[in-house]
Design a protein. Sequence first.
Length: 301
Amino acid sequence: MESTGGPYLNTAAVTSPVGIARLLQMTFGCTTFSLVAHQGGFSAAYGTFCMFVWTFCFAITVFIIACEFTHLHSCLSLSWGNFTAAFAMLATLMSITAAVIYPLYFVQVGCYPIGCEVRDFRIAASVFAGLLFVAYATEVFLTRAKPGQVTSYMATISGLLKIVQAFVACIIFGALVNDSQYGKYVATQWCVAVYSFCFVVTVVVVAFSVTGKTALLWFPFERSVVIYTFGAVLLYASAAVIWPVFCFDSKYGSPRRPGLCAKGKCPWDSQLVIAIFTYVNLLLYVLDLAYSQRIRFVSHL
């Protein structure tokens, strides 16, 4: 067999600053879910979500390291730069969410009734969960687009904001299904349609960027994304006005939290969460629109 020339293994995948950050991600992720699985324990939907985050991020990180170390990523039908940038941003958001949820629901100061050993394991897992978030945030910082640099779209501020927008939309959907009573008025149903439409289109934009198929489209992808972002700003602006009016105005809803509402099962709480994150996503889309004027798409990196 003839040699194709060049090194067979890419040592920079584990020795570069980004490579070291990924090795730390793998180490911290494995340590976190091992501590929880061995003695820390988890339960209910919150604990299951945290374990899913840590195991999912660990598996994808190992896959990325293996592909870059062996040059296997060159055989995949992916825009590798877009894929790794998108995953790093998603993992950052997921890991900080888990790093907040796990200690909030499972860590306590005293030993009773879980015992001191279980408490210590949970505290240790929470510490490593925080370190895991720092490791993923470091990769995002190292790989983000610099001024004047030609890089993949998902590494730009606009591309990273797409991931955050989709993540925030998932939080909104979670609050919607938690007895938010959005079906009470046509106006609030319109808001749900806005959240759903913008989420789907944002995911499609990310998917086309990650798969590197933007050049195969019959329409100018770059211009279409900017137009969509402008439309999303208008749609979210309408939801930012309509949702609070029909949920917190005394004519349609309640301006204050009802006193008899059970904690964790109160529609007013879900409506408040949705209102807050509606404004968060509106701001994200406005920033996205501003940054999209200064970038150019590169689908093949």
